[in-house]
Design a protein around this ligand. Structure first.
Ligand code: TRP
Length: 464
């Protein structure tokens, strides 16, 4: 039979790698800016509910499926459901979504690379907050620089994935994740002393229900998937490398807590700056790049160093996430098409680079300028919107339905129990209730609300 599947070096290694996949630009770049655009507190609250009710149960399901089949998504569903089963579509969709997400993700990571190097030139020192903001505008609109950094970041991602599981992905995460969390804690402490801190706490943690937009609920759900790397088989693939004696429940909870912690920390660093300097929380995708250099400028001579370290760690956080996206795509060609790791990684990485060029050119508007006029979003935003708000929740929905209703219950329970410290059937049953009912029904309701088929406000009013 086939050779023994490559494994993580330790159980701890899996948690770190999975947390490395989860913690990324989603937490630091995206979460604060969509929180700002969606009115703060209510959005954060809905997002936290989605993580707990939908995210954690589906994460466990992905890991259970991955570890029980020891395969990447397409192979996993073909092993469980049969070679010609339509459930394999979940796997195909995952590869497609991985392609799309990585293509624009790499462009944003490119901005972080650019800021890493700009930090070395002390670019922000002596600049006013407005001048610092305009630096991002210049970067965003220049096509050549965007393509250049996008190419560099894709090469870095390909380089790590070439190294395979243990040598590549795991080794880096061990050092960089803790370092990232440490620097965020330091920055969050500095932010406490800014005059806008109170307003920031009020904005992020106190729900103002009148500020909620209808689209915000779907966005919160989509982001719960995006930030936990769910809905396209990334956690499934990582689970396939997990030892049988590792605890799936504990790991999933840890990963989610770490991930959410970093996202909230990021808000507590950025919003005090926003409220202190009277910026709009709705600055969009440039938010992190427009705000953080302002504190770095204030720290004085040490600011350049902290800025460099911060953006470097942001690049690494993005890298450990990008790697999980590329791994889903390459492992398909390795497992199902018997390509060598080198060939699979180089070919898919190259194609994703090409795929990302329209996103890299989005700010400059040189490519398809009509697109934005027609859809109200540029290429980049359109990709992000479709992938995170629609494809990931749909993928997650199918995964929960499969794991909850179709998968062989004996196999599912055995895999859940293997290595688990949550062995009482009570825990298992609670998970099943979430997997079978709570998660899929929430996703369906939110999608129906978004497309206008139901009105949750009226529904609530009718029930209560
Ligand atoms: N979770 C990562 C972030 O927050 C992005 C990511 C990595 C991802 N792998 C994924 C998103 C798989 C969706 C699916 O930055």
């Amino acid at each position: 039979m086939n050779q023994k599947r490559e494994n993580w070096g330790s159980k701890y290694g899996f948690i770190l790698a999975a947390a490395g996949s989860a913690v990324g630009l989603g937490n630091i770049w995206k979460f604060p800016y969509i929180t700002g655009e969606n009115g703060g507190g209510v959005f954060v609250l809905i997002y936290l509910i989605c993580i707990a009710l939908v995210g954690i149960p589906i994460m466990m399901a992905e890991i259970v499926i991955g570890r029980s089949t020891q395969k990447s998504p397409v192979g996993a569903f073909s092993a469980l459901a049969g070679k010609d089963s339509p459930w394999k579509i979940i796997g195909w969709m995952g590869i497609f979504v991985g392609f799309i997400i990585l293509s624009y993700y790499s462009v944003v990571a490119g901005w972080a690379l650019n800021y890493t190097f700009m930090s070395l030139t002390n670019f922000f020192s002596g600049k006013s907050p407005d001048e610092i903001g305009s630096v991002f505008g210049m970067l965003y609109t220049s096509s050549g620089i965007n393509i250049f950094w996008h190419a560099i970041f894709m090469m870095m991602t390909v380089g790590v994935v070439l190294g395979g599981i243990k040598g590549g992905i795991e080794r880096w995460n061990r050092i960089l994740m803790p370092a990232l969390i440490l620097i965020f804690i330091i920055l969050a402490i500095i932010s406490v002393f800014l005059p806008g801190w109170k307003d920031a706490v009020n904005f992020v943690f106190f729900p103002h229900f009148d500020k909620l937009k209808a689209s915000g609920v779907l966005e919160a759900l989509g982001h719960a998937f995006f930030t936990l790397s769910l809905g396209m088989g990334a956690m499934l693939t990582y689970g396939s490398y997990l030892q049988k004696d590792a605890d799936i429940v504990k790991s999933s909870i840890w990963i989610s807590v770490l991930d959410t912690g970093v996202a909230l920390l990021a808000c507590m660093v950025m919003f005090p700056i926003i409220f202190t300097y009277g910026f709009s929380p709705e600055a969009g995708p440039g938010l992190v790049f427009k705000t953080l250099p302002i504190i770095f400028a204030q720290i004085g001579s040490g600011g350049m160093f902290i800025s460099f370290i911060f953006f470097l760690l942001l690049v690494f956080a993005a890298l450990s996430s990008a790697v999980s996206l590329l791994e889903v795509v390459t492992s398909y060609f390795i497992d199902e098409k018997s390509w060598s790791r080198a060939k699979a990684t180089l070919v898919t990485g190259g194609i994703i680079f090409l795929f990302g060029i329209p996103s890299a050119l989005s700010g400059s508007g040189v490519l398809f300028p009509q697109w934005e006029a027609m859809y109200g979003k540029n290429f980049f935003d359109t990709f992000d919107y479709l992938a995170s708000n629609w494809m990931l929740p749909l993928g997650g929905l199918f995964i929960s339905i499969y794991a909850g209703w179709i998968m062989d219950p004996k196999l599912r329970e055995a895999e859940y129990l293997s290595g688990s410290t949550f062995t009482s059937t009570w825990y298992y049953k609670v998970w099943l209730v979430f997997l079978k009912f709570v998660a899929p029904i929430s996703v369906i309701l939110i999608i129906l609300q978004r497309v206008g088929l139901i009105d949750i406000d009226k529904l609530m009013a009718a029930i209560f």
